[in-house]
Design a protein around this ligand. Structure first.
Ligand code: PMP
Length: 787
């Protein structure tokens, strides 16, 4: 050993420099081996094994039927020792399992982390003269505990081509069954690239000679993960007057016996200890085998006398030893101050060998000063840690502005807008940002269970979808007595009509349900979604009375959330009133009887949050010019839009209404409707009457008439207010509504008394009739005072 006494502290780094090694020629040799394995697979492995190990190997995988005999060859006491060591290693590594509880970094910003095993790992276990079966335990046990699916173990053949049985025994104890007889750089290459018989892995572990280490570094450069860069094993012992020199000497020799280029360092603050340890080394060396190796290793090694514990600590942290033994007074105090070391052994009775084999800690540790930045192998080495986060609207509202500032300052505008877009959305939603902002994705979940299971009535005609020259399926009278083919049942699916309507509305036929008026659709919605007496619906009065009537028919309680003073929605109150039992929300826009459109942004906010189906009744939409919500079906599976042919289309007598929804929901409607709910004459008539241009022109006339009537009414003395209208009727507030209503009725004009509706005191509702009808109304209202 080279001895230094009280060197100048500035010289310490130079003294503690590790011996330099010629890696370049090694790298060339090894990369040739890697190439060979990459291109020729098993064939290269056979040739290299013959060249380097002098052994012919036919099949690399250790055969299943040879395990039992190999395990029997391991002496009982060694088996017991391996079992004991494995128990401690398992206990220590199992304790490293991380239980990460999700946490809120700020309100609404939830983050968490999960450990996920690396699927395929490769373990290299040196064999030959020193078969490191302890390494099998050190790598195999944490790999198993972590849950790695495929664990491949390669170990070189011994002189007779055999694997040391203790390696196999340790593999079995660790739970590894895929063992391959293969060593050196070629084993690393095989696991890195995969060959016909060796599976490719995602991370490589294990110590090895310089060739193995160089191969690991090279495959790492190609992108494969490795446990850590490895160099010759090393120990640094700090021994003061309290040490037992014979123990210290034995630890130094234990390390020196690993390899010729192992390095051992003794630091001491006692001249006596220095001398006694050196004497002990000489004595103990004499009785050990591997003399040559020990001599060579010791010649690399250092014994340094220093003046104080502080200087010792500096030297330790500078050198960053793989193993650090503190054979000194108060080792725990010093240990606390250690910043760079792979593994620390405290006190006279904690030899490095305990950690090498059996105490439980891992012996695969960073060498060559890498302990400054690397840790030894642990359970973490076999897992990836995936982070997760989920941010609520409220969370993003609070955090978003900071993200926008940061992204803008880094000049990454797309990053900034991915947040600001969401912030605008939240601002538009004007309300409770904590509510879920995803629409209900699966309306089937809301269905009544009996409807979900229902096997619907099915006619032959809907089963084969069409007609044939001979129809003998429905027991009709084959004779067309009236000459109009009404002896036959109508098309149950109204295929021709739906094609035309879908084209007209920019939808697909699968988005369309046709009913006996849109009232039928309202009825069916209750049948589909509301368990009588259990589920609820929400309405926003004053509104169309049929929602309440159908709820009463179906035994479904109604929660009423009245419109505000402007007859607009109160979205937050609606959400507060709703629960998992709220299956339907009826929104009428333009609303009957208030004649106004409901705010689109409030409707959208509700569509994103309401826990049930949102029904938007657009019976009067043709008079408003507003776009139909049907164009948003793709975004909202929970949306049902109702329209009718009874209003602008001037076909109230036909009884035809529509529901638009995603095909899944239309399928539910078809399941529960009467099979032939639209009569043949109605279907025929509608096919002829689908003339949108004509309707649009008439709507213009009706809107003009509405304007005239409204202006005329406003000028009448008894009229307090004519509410703006987007429909074909007007809501009018009178000073004496009851008398006006009675007077009109007595004079043959019927209007609707809405005075008892919320927010409608004194209000009568009148349809915009023909010019003559409206004139009659105006005439009577002018006369009323005089009579
Ligand atoms: N919805 C509203 C808002 C209505 O006012 C009406 C009828 N007055 C309907 C639906 C029913 O229309 P249909 O004739 O299509 O049944």
């Amino acid at each position: 050993m080279q001895i230094f006494k009280y060197p100048d502290i500035r010289q310490l780094p130079a003294i503690l420099q590790r011996p330099l090694r010629d890696e370049e020629s090694l790298e060339r040799t090894v990369s040739t081996i890697l190439q060979q394995v990459k291109s020729s697979g098993d064939e290269a492995l056979r040739e290299l094994t013959l060249r380097f190990d002098g052994v012919v190997v036919d099949s690399f995988k250790f055969p299943e039927d040879a395990w039992a005999a190999a395990l029997d060859a391991v002496p009982q006491d060694l088996q017991a020792a391996i079992q004991q060591a494995a128990g401690n290693i398992r206990t220590f590594h199992a304790a490293q399992r991380e239980q990460f509880t999700p946490l809120e970094t700020m309100p609404g910003v939830r983050c968490w982390r999960k450990s996920v095993p690396i699927e395929k790992v490769g373990l290299y276990i040196p064999g030959g003269t020193a078969p490191l079966f302890s390494t099998v335990l050190m790598l195999g046990i944490p790999a198993r505990l972590a849950g790695c699916r495929d664990i491949v173990l390669c170990t070189p053949p011994g002189p007779g081509g055999q694997i040391n049985p203790a390696i196999l025994y340790a593999a079995k104890v660790a739970g590894i069954t895929s063992v391959y007889t293969l060593g050196g750089a070629q084993a690393i290459a095989a696991m890195a690239y995969g060959t016909q018989s060796i599976p490719r892995v995602h991370k490589l572990f294990g110590p090895g000679n310089r060739y193995v280490t160089a191969a690991k570094m090279l495959v790492q450069q190609e992108g494969l993960a490795i446990d850590m860069p490895a160099g010759p094993s090393e120990v640094l012992v700090f021994a003061d007057d309290t040490c037992i020199p014979a123990f210290v000497a034995s630890d130094l020799l234990a390390q020196a016996e690993h390899d010729t280029d192992s390095q051992v360092v003794l630091l001491t603050t006692s001249d006596r200890v220095l001398q006694e340890v050196l004497d002990e080394v000489a004595v103990q060396l004499w009785s050990l085998p591997r003399q040559k190796m020990l001599q060579a290793a010791l010649s690399n090694s250092l014994a340094i006398l220093l003046d104080s514990r502080e200087t010792v600590l500096q030297a330790i942290n500078w050198y960053a030893p793989e193993h650090l033994i503190l054979a000194c007074e108060d080792p725990d105090v010093l240990a606390e101050q250690v910043e760079n070391a792979g593994s620390v052994f405290l006190g006279n009775f904690t030899p490095e060998s305990a950690g090498d084999y059996a105490s439980g800690t891992n012996h695969t540790l960073p060498t060559s000063g890498f302990a400054r930045s690397y840790s030894g192998v642990s359970l973490d080495s076999f897992v990836k840690k995936i982070t997760f986060q989920q941010i609520s609207g409220q969370g993003l509202a609070a955090l978003g502005p900071a993200i926008v500032t940061l992204a803008s300052a880094e000049q990454l505008p797309a990053h900034a807008s991915s947040v600001s877009l969401r912030l605008q959305h939240l601002a538009a939603a004007e309300g409770n940002p904590e509510a879920p902002i995803e629409p209900i994705a699966d309306p089937g979940r809301l269905l009544r269970p009996n409807i979900r299971q229902l096997k619907p009535y099915s006619s032959a005609r809907s089963e084969f979808k069409g007609s044939a020259p001979v129809m003998l399926d429905a027991n009709e009278n084959a004779a067309d007595l009236h000459g109009d083919a009404l002896n036959r049942y109508p098309d149950p699916l109204q295929t021709a009509l739906k094609d035309k309507i879908a084209a007209l509305k920019g939808l697909t036929p699968a988005n369309v349900f046709l009913g006996n008026g849109s009232d039928e659709a309202i009825d069916l919605l209750f049948r589909l979604f509301c368990i009588p007496g259990e589920d609820e619906v929400i309405t926003c009065p004053p509104t169309y009375g049929m929602y309440q009537v159908q709820a009463d028919i179906h035994g479904t309680p109604v929660r009423q959330v009245p419109l505000d003073e402007q007859f607009d929605l109160r979205p937050e109150e609606i959400l507060q009133a709703s629960s998992a039992r709220s299956k339907l929300l009826f929104l009428c826009s333009p609303n009957n009887p208030t004649a106004n459109l409901l705010s689109a942004h409030k409707i959208e906010w509700l569509l994103r949050r309401f826990p049930g189906m949102v029904v938007i009744d657009e019976a009067y939409a043709d008079y408003s010019g507003a776009p139909s919500w049907a164009s948003r079906l793709a975004e909202f599976p929970n949306l049902v839009v109702l329209q009718t042919f009874s209003k602008a289309w001037a076909l109230a007598g036909l009884r035809l209404g529509m529901a638009f929804a995603v095909p899944e929901v239309i399928g539910y409607f078809n399941k529960v409707k009467y099979p032939y709910n639209i009569s043949t004459p109605a279907q025929r008539k509608l096919l002829q009457a689908l003339e949108p241009e004509r309707v649009a022109l008439q709507v213009q006339d009706a809107v003009a008439e509405r304007t005239r009537l409204s202006a005329a009414l406003e000028n009448l003395p008894g009229v307090q207010k004519v509410f703006p209208s987007q429909a074909n009727f007007l809501l009018v507030r009178f000073g004496q509504a009851a008398e006006v209503f009675r007077y009109l009725r007595e004079n043959g004009v019927i209007v609707r008394d809405r005075t008892r509706e919320p927010g409608c005191s004194g209000c009568l509702r009148t349809t915009v009739g023909t010019a003559a009808e409206n004139d009659r109304l105006l005439e009577l209202l002018t006369k009323i005072k005089q009579d």
